[in-house]
Write a protein that binds this ligand. Structure first.
Ligand SMILES: Nc1ncnc2c1ncn2[C@@H]1O[C@H](COP(=O)(O)OP(=O)(O)OP(=O)(O)O)[C@@H](O)[C@H]1O
Ligand SMILES: [Mg+2]
Length: 246
């Protein structure tokens, strides 16, 4: 793979759930080391797009992709690619924090437990480093063996993010990650997106245009399962203004 290969390249003609077409004509490259916001009304297909990029709809009955989705140049819907290999490159953070019924520490190192070539003795240090990255270390350093589900929502979301970061994903997908969080957690996650956009490709779905402008290099507008070709700037087309104010 050359440096010029985009992290993600979409060549999607259609995505269906049974006979309902939810994504259409999505052709776009997302560079590595860059944060892109995806912004659009409810039902426009943002979550479906992120789930399609991480093959999370594989088990959904009637889900079908027509076209190609290239991650670092490889079509993830070709037969040779299995989903577990893909998960090593692509991490996804959901709107609702997802933590496992395990200790805080076990959550952080969860994805590394069966990975070859990991020095077990290095795990505590790696865990501390990612917990610091998400600004959770000071809050949990004295209770790493406590049950993770007892953490607050904002802490759980930062923990879920630490669990992804320890795997060093090339591509980080975030689906409205801060929409139900306290200001402190929002700030920690926004700061992390800014820093990590220098290291990996980040696709951030957000309903918050100010957030998109603050932390992303680019904003892609979606409506009715398509990208809008020219992002609506203030005082541009009436359709654009409508979307900005949806
Ligand atoms: N598993 C599914 N089965 C059938 N239809 C689905 C499924 N998941 C999503 N859809 C449909 O796909 C369309 C896009 O939904 P999606 O959740 O991607 O929108 P969204 O842009 O993320 O909306 P929001 O901003 O509310 O999260 C909707 O019409 C939705 O009903
Ligand atoms: Mg959604």
């Amino acid at each position: 793979m050359s440096d010029q290969t985009p992290a993600v390249e979409l060549r999607i003609a259609h995505v269906f759930f049974k006979n309902r077409r939810v994504l259409e004509d999505l052709n776009r490259r997302f560079p590595s080391r860059s944060a892109t916001a995806i912004y659009g009304p409810s039902g426009s297909g943002k979550t479906t797009l992120l789930r399609t990029l991480s093959r999370m709809n594989d088990d959904v009955e009637g889900f079908r992709v027509e076209g190609r989705v290239l991650i670092e140049g490889e079509n993830i819907y070709s037969k040779e690619v299995d989903a577990s290999r893909l998960r090593r490159k692509v991490g996804m953070l959901f709107q609702k924090p997802c933590v496992f019924p395990k200790s805080i520490y076990q959550n952080v190192v969860f994805g590394l437990r069966h990975r070859d070539g990991i020095d077990r003795k290095a795990l505590p240090e790696m865990a501390e480093s990612v917990l610091r990255e998400v600004r959770l270390w000071d809050e949990v350093k004295d209770r790493l063996n406590e049950w993770a589900p007892t953490l607050s929502q904002g802490q759980q979301q930062r923990l879920a993010l630490a669990r992804l970061l320890i795997l060093e994903p090339k591509i980080l997908l975030m689906d409205e990650p801060t929409s139900s969080l306290d200001p402190r957690s929002v700030e920690a996650i926004e700061a992390l997106i800014e820093r990590h956009s220098k290291l990996r490709a980040i696709l951030l779905v957000t309903h918050n245009l100010e957030q998109a402008r603050r932390v992303c290099d680019e904003i892609v507008f979606m409506d009715c399962g398509r990208f809008l070709e020219s992002p609506p700037l203030p005082h541009s087309s009436p359709a654009g203004e409508e979307l900005l104010n949806y």
